[in-house]
Design a protein around this ligand. Sequence first.
Ligand code: URP
Ligand code: ZN
Ligand code: ZN
Length: 469
Amino acid sequence: MSILIKGGRVITAADDYTGDIYVEDERISLIGESLDVQADRTIDASGKYVLPGGVDPHTHLDMPFGGTVTIDDVESGQTSAAFGGTTCHVDFIIQPQGSSFADAVEEWRGKADRKQVIDMGYHMAVTDLKEGGTLEELASLPDQGITSYKLFMAYKGALMVDDETLFKTMEVAAETGALVMVHAENGDAIDVLVKEALAAGHTEPKYHALTRPPETEGEATNRAIQLARVAGSPLYVVHVSCAESVEPIQLAREKGWNVWGETCTQYFFVDYTFLERPEFEGAKYVYTPPPRDKANQDVLWNAVRTDTLSAISTDHCAFLWDGQKTIGKDDFSKIPNGGPGLENRLQMIHEFGVRGGRISLNRMVDLLSTNPAKLFGLYPRKGTIAVGSDADIVVFDPEKRVTISAATHHSKSDYNLYEGTEVTGSPEVVLLRGNVLVEGDELVASPGVGQFVARAKFGQELRAAAAVA
Ligand code: URP
Ligand code: ZN
Ligand code: ZN
């Protein structure tokens, strides 16, 4: 099957030109001006942007968490991603405490079996190096294409690790060429604040934020940066939400240390006041770190513009409001933490980042595709439009008007964080390795088209043909 994408405005992190793209055998084989080639199918992209497929480095599909399981499994989550122009993501395997890493990998691969709509890789969330996985086993993961380790510095009594586990994992990463990712919040201090709030009878959703002040994020970010320096490992701080965390990352990067950070779409749009919405509606916005004071939104826009923060993910961790979030109706600490968002990252960042004059189109591509691909060992197979790269391509209509709503999204969640937001610009055709996934409002491909991608080690490039179905 060959496809010719004709006359679109091709935008990568570095380039912006009008041209044709020829796709053969799942890869881009020719790029040029007015290509004279025969194709099985021609897509007229005149007046459209032609973008590399989005790479979302932070999602949670089919994950047990907070006394329940996230509502989107691999099929519904990836379908939602495809409609939003994301063609590859990296999900978290959570090592169950007491379990080996091999068992955890097998369990998570099983969840994806025959359900994959887009390509995916995995990070390994390390929860237990005492009764569960060994350091040797952890060290073997990068050779299996799982080239990043994640540690939760919060969620005491659940996923949180102590500094010993964090530091030992960093040492392994320094040896094996893995990237260390941290959820940076001081879980011990937060645990004290949560208990104090509940003892005082404070049960509403807003106490989720009031018991996780920004200083607890700043402290943990600082701690992780300093420990990574000692261990000699690269560090990536996930879901940065506030100035207290941006500042140490900025300092580290100015010093030339191997530190990167991401923020997520929701932190630009949802602020603390959303948690105060009546009738338990605030629970929709209970995710961690929590929505912050609005002043942080400009800090984050500035950070992504200046490369203090290098990626925007969704941290898609979807629950039903009615039936799952309600577990915490009488106790904010029991509300499952997380929100949906896989489908709307490109629309929202295009509307408010690019059309809002905050970042360029090239920088948008960098943040949503190229940088995540580079940091997580997927580039140049993913994250760009170049000869030899996978034909993961979004034909984006910059004039299409859409009102974002749970009534039309493809996640199984019964609410949308951006409900009612009007955007101009949306994906029209989405290709995964040359397979048309989405055309207008239709999912054209069947589950099973997506593949597991064995990622390259940190700092190394990934070339074609490393995928395993
Ligand atoms: O609230 C969130 N972010 N849920 C997902 C787990 C995590 O901390 O990333
Ligand atoms: Zn987290
Ligand atoms: Zn997360």
